[in-house]
Write a protein that binds this ligand. Structure first.
Ligand SMILES: Nc1ncnc2c1ncn2[C@@H]1O[C@H](COP(=O)(O)OP(=O)(O)O)[C@@H](O)[C@H]1O
Ligand SMILES: [Mg+2]
Length: 368
């Protein structure tokens, strides 16, 4: 996958920018707060996913403007060229004839919601916040695997939404089930929906994570030159829909007591161990970084393996966080892919064969 052209209008602090990255490494440099991450984030949106910073769509639109427009051209690995257009409606967008949220066009054809772009533009983003994949709560790890699956299998989004909707309804009911006549019957029907969608989520998670973890483990071993072992594992809460339904039923009494749903994919976690110990509690900062980096590189390999398309790599400010050896390792692993990288420190890239762009107060220009 190669992004060849990317035009941004009224996106965050960027009034207008035109960006033409090369096929290899492209560096976006500039001081803090100038809009480098904003630009990278706007490229990420082409994947159909939402902001990797967890922002709401409205927050992406330049303050005081009703909407933003992203227009891009990319070349897929099978040689096919695609043109994307994403319009993001912000405050007051209806008056300008624009829908709220992100809407997309592909090659001039209306595509509805931008999430429908999943499966067209492949990208992997790696930012300092991804350290939380190792250090943070289970929630972030679940989001990591679900986001990867949404990109790889467009059908996963529908399954995930069905699950989340049933879960929200069930939790609302559990909160005051005692006051409802017929609550148990209604719970049965939610449980059925949860088991059906949840079983499918587990099946996808299992299949994907098996491959991902094998690659991540190897990557970690070569990062630490074989001196340390990092193991990743996923123990699903059930093997399939049937078993999940049994487990949910068995938990009925305790769920009624707790006032919320306690069994299912929304409670699962990925376990990361370094040298046999829980990486979250015992890993050093360096070990945790290596584990996060291994997961991200494995994510990229999985996309290439499953789709046949190399993803565009978006590295936000991560090089300064890595020591020299890990930096070289990362850049070495990324050869042959398009890499868009932001950095406060332009000096270390003066001799790069790739292009260098500078972002200054939302204005972008090429310096090399
Ligand atoms: N919706 C918005 N409208 C205008 N400016 C915004 C918006 N959202 C963020 N910004 C501005 O973007 C700047 C941060 O940009 P960012 O890309 O994070 O910088 P960096 O170059 O450090 O990566 C801040 O000055 C922030 O106020
Ligand atoms: Mg930044």
């Amino acid at each position: 996958m190669i992004l060849s052209q990317h035009t941004v209008q009224n996106y965050r602090n960027i009034e207008r920018a035109e960006f033409c990255p090369g096929p290899g490494l492209t560096v976006i440099c500039g001081r803090n707060g100038q809009g480098k991450t904003n630009l990278l984030e706007s490229v990420w949106l082409l994947s159909g996913a939402k902001s990797f910073r967890g922002s709401k769509d409205q927050q992406l639109v330049r303050r005081g403007e009703p909407f933003s427009v992203l227009e891009s051209a990319a070349q897929r690995d099978d040689g096919q060229a695609e043109r994307y257009r994403i319009v993001i409606g912000g405050e007051g967008c209806e008056a300008a004839g624009v829908r709220t949220g992100r809407s997309a066009q592909l090659d001039g054809v209306d595509f509805g919601r931008a999430t429908n772009l999943a499966g067209h533009f492949y990208a992997v983003v790696f930012a300092p916040t991804h350290l939380s994949l190792v250090k943070g709560s289970p929630d972030g790890r679940r989001r990591f695997v679900d986001a990867a699956l949404m990109q790889l299998y467009p059908g996963y989004i529908a399954v995930y939404r069905r699950y989340i909707r049933a879960l929200a309804q069930k939790n609302a009911l559990l909160r005051d089930a005692r006051r409802f006549e017929g609550a148990e019957q209604l719970l049965d029907s939610f449980d059925l929906a949860l088991a059906e969608a949840g079983g499918e989520m587990i099946r996808r998670r299992k299949e994907y994570l098996e491959g991902l973890f094998a690659i991540a483990q190897k990557t970690y071993a070569s990062l630490s030159a074989g001196s340390e072992e990092c193991s990743f594992s996923y123990r699903p809460c059930a093997q399939d829909s049937e078993e999940l339904l049994e487990k949910i039923h068995a938990a009925r009494a305790s769920e009624l007591r707790a006032g919320c749903s306690t069994v299912g994919p929304h409670r699962e976690d990925l376990i990361i161990k370094i040298g046999g110990e829980d990486a979250r509690a015992f890993g050093s900062q360096g070990q945790q970084r290596s584990a996060a980096l291994s997961l991200k590189l494995a994510e990229a390999r999985q996309i290439a393996r499953i789709t046949g398309s190399e993803p565009v790599m978006l590295l936000d400010d991560v090089l300064s966080e890595l020591d020299g050896a890990r930096r070289d390792f990362l850049l070495g692993k990324l050869e042959g892919r398009q890499v868009l990288l932001t950095s406060c420190d332009a000096a270390s890239f003066h001799h790069t064969p790739g292009g260098i762009w500078e972002m200054e107060e939302g204005r972008l220009h090429q310096v090399q």
